[in-house]
Design a protein around this ligand. Structure first.
Ligand code: NDP
Length: 449
């Protein structure tokens, strides 16, 4: 029998050699490939077809100039990207991120993750990701619109309802999707509603899309806790972030009877022992686009701490990282465990480093990996595509009900695969193996393409 561990190491070495500076991409490839060895051992046809070598190479990478004019009349130039990673299961699908840190390594990591996450949803979507190194913070509405229009003036030729369907991510919410869609519609002179998801509900957006990632995370975490007969009611929860994912994770956690005591932004975090007042957070972040420290103005009992990492020093039962990648490093993981955390659910993409995940697993902490736990957002995006295709809209309850079923199914798949391949309870490996088999089989069916 061929040595599949050696095969994986060979592919990893090639990935590093080809793009030595793409650390985030290396990490995610390593996370996925090292956990699927048992599947490779039982299915030698995957190695024969060089599937790993094919999967780590994007089908297409598009990089482009985004010139725009600011309110002072100055010309600004940003860099735009779209990584079309894998279309074996359906059109490329994945968000757009506008953040100064955006580069090819981060987008390749996100696109690679997306391929497997999308497969887990059981819906017909391939994987991609895109964005720009544009910082929406401090920009006027007018500037954001000009940027979005310039970005779409190039992107439009690479996307379409059956080709590639972007959505939001960090820095891209309902406002940006609106501007992007307006420009696409204008250039194409057609109402291709299914070209973007996360649209406003007044123009073919899906009800419950805004809530989907955060709600889905809680549905997944609840499945994981129920499986061990641990109630979520009364648990203390630490959440990072205060954007789309964090907001609706907090809302659903509270609705389930848990007490959320923190949230954060890239400047610092608040701790409110009385429980986060979500209406106040929404007012600051969604309405005023302000900073989270303003929370203490109306809630003087709450504490504000500068810096993001301190949030993990707050004692809790459940930790939900919902801000960005690598926010839980080994030190933070150790602090959480020392403080008695029982479960970690990843709302953000790859928020825990590989060392942090290994530590949680070693300490038998229930761990819900991003790929599985935050798949609710893209799942409802795919439901938005379905509604757009049939030119109908479903009720909030119908979408939410489907979302709950999808998250339960993802949990069951991850659990069953972990048991089937000899690592029971390891949901990281279980989710990776379940997703990999689906993508690999579709690729095999398509021949050498
Ligand atoms: P938002 O832009 O709405 O919110 C991001 C939040 O994280 C903000 O509070 C932001 O603070 C904070 N943040 C961003 N960058 C950093 C950083 N470098 N350090 C600390 N905090 C930071 O994004 P989303 O809520 O949509 O996305 C959050 C995460 O969830 C991302 O990892 C994204 O990829 C992932 N995700 C999102 C999905 C979705 O449907 N939106 C679906 C699946 C995953 P500030 O305001 O200061 O920038």
């Amino acid at each position: 029998m061929a040595d599949m561990k050696a095969y994986v190491q060979e592919v990893l070495a090639q990935v590093v050699k080809k793009d030595p500076e793409q650390k985030e991409f290396h990490n995610t490839v390593q996370e996925v490939l090292t956990t699927i060895v048992p599947v490779l051992e039982q299915n030698p046809q995957y190695q024969k077809a060089k599937l790993l070598e094919r999967m780590v190479e994007p089908e297409r990478v598009i990089m482009f100039r985004v010139p725009w004019q600011d309110d002072q009349g100055e010309i600004q130039v940003n860099r735009g990207f779209r990584v079309q990673m894998n279309s074996a299961i359906g059109p490329y699908k994945g968000g757009l991120r506008f953040h100064p840190s955006v580069n090819l390594s981060i987008l390749k990591f996100l696109a690679f993750e997306q391929v497997f996450k999308n497969a887990l949803t059981g819906l017909p979507i391939g994987g991609g990701k895109g964005g720009a190194d544009f910082d929406p913070k401090g920009k006027s509405d007018n500037e954001v619109m000009h940027f979005c229009q310039s970005f779409m003036s190039e992107l439009y030729r690479h996307i379409g309802p059956n080709v590639d369907v972007p959505a939001g991510d960090i820095g891209v919410g309902g406002r940006e999707i609106g501007y992007l869609f307006g420009q696409y519609k204008r250039i194409r002179d057609a109402y291709d509603a299914g070209v973007l998801t996360g649209k406003g509900v007044g123009y073919w957006g899906s009800l419950a899309r805004t809530e989907a990632t955060g709600y889905g995370l809680l549905y997944f975490v609840k499945n994981m806790l129920d499986d061990k007969n641990i109630p979520i009611e009364g648990k203390t929860v630490v959440v990072s972030g205060s954007g789309n994912v964090a907001t609706y994770a907090i809302q659903k956690a509270q609705a389930m009877g848990a007490k959320v005591v923190t949230c954060s932004d890239s400047n610092g975090y608040i701790y409110d022992a009385a429980g986060i007042d979500l209406a106040a957070v929404k007012e600051i972040k969604e309405v005023r686009r302000g900073r989270i420290k303003e929370y203490t103005v109306t809630h003087p009992q709450a504490e504000y701490h500068e810096g993001c990492t301190g949030v993990w020093s707050v004692k809790c039962d459940i930790a939900l990282p919902c801000a960005t990648q690598s926010e839980i490093q080994l030190e933070a993981a150790k602090q959480l465990v020392a403080n008695g955390v029982i479960a970690v659910g990843e709302g953000a993409n790859m928020p825990s480093t590989l060392e942090a995940i290994a530590y949680f697993q070693q300490k038998h902490i229930l761990f819900a990996p991003a790929k599985a736990a935050n798949a609710g957002g893209v799942a409802v995006s795919a439901l938005e595509m379905s509604q757009n295709s049939e030119r109908l809209t479903w009720t909030f309850d119908e979408v939410d009900h489907r979302l709950q079923n999808i998250m339960t199914r993802i949990f069951q798949q991850a659990k069953q695969n972990s048991a089937q391949y000899g690592c029971p309870g390891n949901l990281v490996a279980g989710a990776n193996m379940a997703a990999f088999v689906q993508v690999a089989d579709a690729m095999l069916a398509h021949g050498v393409v």
